[in-house]
Structures are given as structure tokens and as C-alpha cells.
Design a binder for this molecule. Sequence first.
Ligand SMILES: [Zn+2]
Length: 336
Amino acid sequence: MLEVSASKHGRIIRYRRLRRKAALRELVKETTVDVGSLVYPIFVKEGLERPEEIQAMPGIFRYPLEGAVEEIASAKAEGIKAFLLFGIPARKDELGSEAYNRNGIVQRLIRRVRENIGDDIVLITDVCLCQYTSHGHCGVVKNGYVRNDETLELLAAVAVSHAEAGADIVAPSAMMDHQVAAIREALDREGFTDIAIMGYSAKYASAFYAPFREAADSAPRFGDRRSYQMDWRNSREAMREIERDIEEGADIVMVKPALAYLDIISRAKQLFNHPIAAYNVSGEYSLIKYASQKGLLNKKQAICEVLTSIKRAGADIIITYHAREFAKWVKYSDVP
Ligand SMILES: [Zn+2]
């Protein structure tokens, strides 16, 4: 038997042997991001003539109806199979009624995509009111406070209208208590038992959402969202939110944002035997975009590193604005 003394032979182990060249590193890699687990967000705006670039998010656009259909078709040709749809209506009111209008902008987009592109891609819809309300909050406001139970009914109506149009997954993001249960009940009652729910289960009140608010014109007109979104100092509370969403029938649970919350993703992965999505949000996207424009970092490597870290933490699904860019690199075998 080989006698190994730590002092004499401690140098037998050399990790660098497997790092010597790219093909060796490739052989022993532990984590891979595949395009099939990415979700690409799409903004569709009613009444728009042509695509308009979102200033805070270089490379990301708001699309008119037909433009959104074209963008989805092009992304599909690059290998992307799942999309998260956000609508920006021409008209807003106190109760966000365009969100559950059967002929609203998102509902029309879903139908157009089904007619023109088909059923072999996954359409996920954001279920919330903030893009649709005149006050910019995610629910019904009374005396300056967002009312939980009155909001549930509206969220359920939004989800049913999306399911009717042809959505595969509805994704409630309002952070109202019991929103998943209310939506599950309404979907089942209307016969949509096969439509899945992706709960924005642990959604933190984050500074990293700022560019999205320009994108979706959804900044609250007064106050902030801390009375319903989570406090970023909490981790155990996130596990309770996730557990509750699973009990209420969420098929997928989500952690949002991703990068400052990798510990939350990792903890959820250990605790729950359930598909986990992570939202690589607008602020995380824009940081890389602006830094790379300034020549401060290698954009391609930074994006691959970020997406891999989210996967490595335990996310099964990554919602990311980098999806198209990444899919192109994968297609041409150009991933670092
Ligand atoms: Zn909202």
C-alpha cells in the first residue's frame, strides 16, 4: 500500500492538472446553461408604431403587436422556446381594467403568436396590475394602501383572460398573500386545469428593478412597494413564502432578483423538491450592458458567468434579457 505522508507527498494533489487546457476544463465542468432553460421577456405596447429601444436597457425594445410577434419568431429560430409577456396598455385606470380585458394587448399578442408561430413554444404571462393602474401599484388602492383581498379577484380575472387567449403558464407577480390559491381556483373553475402557475414567490423590494419601470412604465405614483414585496434582509421569510406558494398550487416557484439573492435560490433548492425559476432582472442586465459599453469588462464572459452562477446556485429556469444574445453564441458554438 502506498504510504502517503502529508508533509512529504502533500503535493500529489494538483488541481491545476485539469485546468491546463480548454478541452480538459470542458470535460470536468460541473454546470452548463442550456438555451432550453432560458425565458426571454417581451414588452408589447399598445398603439406603438415601431419598436422603441428602452433607454435604460440597451438592446431591449418595446414592441408594437406585430413587432412582438416578429421578435418571438426570430428568437424561436435561435432556439429560445419560452417567453414571458408584459403588456403596456394605451389606457390606465384605478382598477387596471385593461389587464383583464379579453381584447387587451397581451391577450391579443398571445392569439397572434398562436396563429402565426404555433403551439410549440411556451408562453408565460405576467399577472399583475402595476402596468395597468393609473397609480402604478400592483393592486386595488384604498386610502393610500394596497388592499390584498380585493386585489385577488382582479388577479384571478387577469389569469383567466390570459388562459383563454392561449397562455401555457400564468405568473402572478403582485406579491399579494394567497394570490396563487385565488388564481388556481379561478382557472380550475373556468376549465383551465392544465394551465400552470409560476409564482413570483420570493420577490424582493429591490433597487435592481429600476430600468424595468421605464420599460413597462410602471413606477408607483406614490410611496413604494415595500408593504407587499419582501424585505431584502430576510431569508427564512422567503422560505415560508415559497412553501406557501407550493401549498397553494404553484407549479414553479420564483426568486427575484437573482444575483443579490443566490443564497435564497440555493436554500430553496435544498429545501424544496420543486422547479425553481430565477429572474435575472433589468438592473442586473443594465449593469453589464453599461459596464461593457465603457470597456470595463468582457460582456460575453460576464453574461456567461452570471447565467452559470444562477444555474449553479440551483435555478432550473432563468428569466433573462440576455437570452437572445446567449442563444446566438450557443448556436455558433461561441460560448466562453
Ligand atoms: Zn406589479
